[in-house]
Design a protein around this ligand. Structure first.
Ligand SMILES: *Cc1c(COP(=O)(O)O)cnc(C)c1O
Length: 376
């Protein structure tokens, strides 16, 4: 059997181990310490966000953001349907109701036109949404200018789910910094990883200070353990942050390599009319976290997304369908949805190809040779 090729696996640089050793040597083995502070500083410098809190996961970051906006049971929160479940789950943690909005063709992210329709209808029903969560899927920035314009028009705060988009920019501005708050993820498969981890970013210092407080069990300033609010154990470990510090030093290289993977696939498969790639609109810069293709069986002599995935799997190569939209998930069946059919089409025909920054030329050649074989 050929070696396994993963969809997106961790890729350490040269400094992570050094920083981890430093954490051990100084006995900062705790959810606080100099690497946590340093990693927050590195992230702030990189994203130009004024303030950053390093947390245990992207999901935790989103949960805290919603808590700080005062989301309560029965409230409605608008969320992109085409995404990973972690974008929507924290809404449910609070007993609130996700209202799902479909995507648009240019970026596969939240459609600003449908967003406006959804808000207008919810307002008419007396349920003005309390927040909007757009996502930058696979690293491609959502149309934040239009989404923010709609949001501002109705006075609804935006929390950007930039979990997949560290290193992506829109008109030169880093993703995560367009909303009132943004969240990042450093889970094992993301563009950089701390094994598990996340961050909340904001230009508003009060949110970040409050998030650190809530993330450390909401301890009041008192000589004994006193609590006036419900707290969480959501802070990042100093050991994980040590990994993060090393990863930040290679982030730009990781982005460059993921973009090179995309270019490789696009060039190698360009003769196949039935295989299409998502272009970057003018002013959009994607980290190309995952390279995705759409397969049109009408133009591939009937070769489907499933067939391609099957042939790759037989050669020990991992690929995955695009995210199954949230409005199609059994757990969210009761949630309102504003659709146009796009996310369903993406789910039906889309495939994520191996995209790790540690793929060799040999790996990439092996993958496209298999694809060419099945498509020819
Ligand atoms: C990974 C991911 C998250 C959650 O991040 P974790 O750190 O795994 O909790 C949220 N949203 C999207 C779109 C993601 O891809």
């Amino acid at each position: 059997m050929n070696d396994k090729i993963w969809l997106s696996s961790p890729h350490m640089g040269t400094k992570e181990q050094f920083y981890v050793n430093e954490a051990f040597d100084t006995n900062w083995i705790a959810p606080l310490g100099p690497h946590v502070n340093g990693f927050e500083q590195d992230l702030a410098t990189y994203t130009h966000a004024k303030h950053v809190a390093a947390l245990s996961s992207g999901t935790a970051a989103l949960h805290l953001a919603l808590i700080m906006l005062g989301i309560e049971p029965g409230d409605e929160v608008i969320c992109q349907s085409m995404t990973f479940s972690a974008s929507a789950n924290p809404i449910a943690y609070l007993g609130a109701i996700p209202v799902f909005v479909d995507s648009e063709e240019d970026t596969w992210n939240m459609c600003p036109v449908l967003l406006k329709q959804a808000i207008e209808e919810r307002v008419k029903l007396g349920k003005k949404p309390k927040a909007i969560i757009p996502v930058h899927l696979y690293g491609m920035p959502a149309k934040m200018d239009q989404i923010n314009a709609v949001a501002q028009n109705y006075g609804i705060p935006v929390i950007e789910d930039a979990a997949e988009a560290l290193g992506s920019t829109l008109h030169g501005k880093p993703m995560g910094t367009f909303g009132l708050m943004g969240i990042l993820s450093f889970n094992g498969n993301k563009i950089i990883t701390t094994s598990g981890g996340g961050a909340l970013v904001s230009d508003n210092e009060a949110y970040i200070t409050k998030s650190r407080f809530l993330a450390t069990q909401a301890r009041d300033n008192a000589p004994h353990y006193q609590h006036s609010e419900i707290g969480y154990n959501y802070r990042m470990s100093n050991v994980c942050a040590a990994i993060g510090r090393g990863q930040m030093e290679v982030l730009d290289e990781r982005v460059a390599k993921r973009r090179a993977n995309f270019e490789f696939y696009q060039t190698a498969l360009k003769q196949f009319e039935g295989i299409s790639f998502l272009k970057e609109p003018e002013g959009y810069f994607s980290n190309r976290w995952l390279t995705t293709i759409l397969v049109d069986p009408k133009l591939t002599n009937g070769v489907t997304r499933e067939k391609i995935a099957e042939v790759l799997a037989a050669d020990n190569i991992e690929s995955r369908p695009l995210w199954k939209p949230m409005h199609l998930q059994p757990v969210f069946a009761a949630s309102p949805f504003y659709g146009n059919g796009l996310s369903e089409k993406l789910f039906k025909n889309g495939l994520c190809l191996p995209s790790g920054s540690n793929l060799s030329d040999k790996d990439l050649t092996r993958i496209v040779e298999k694809m060419i074989e099945v498509l020819t």
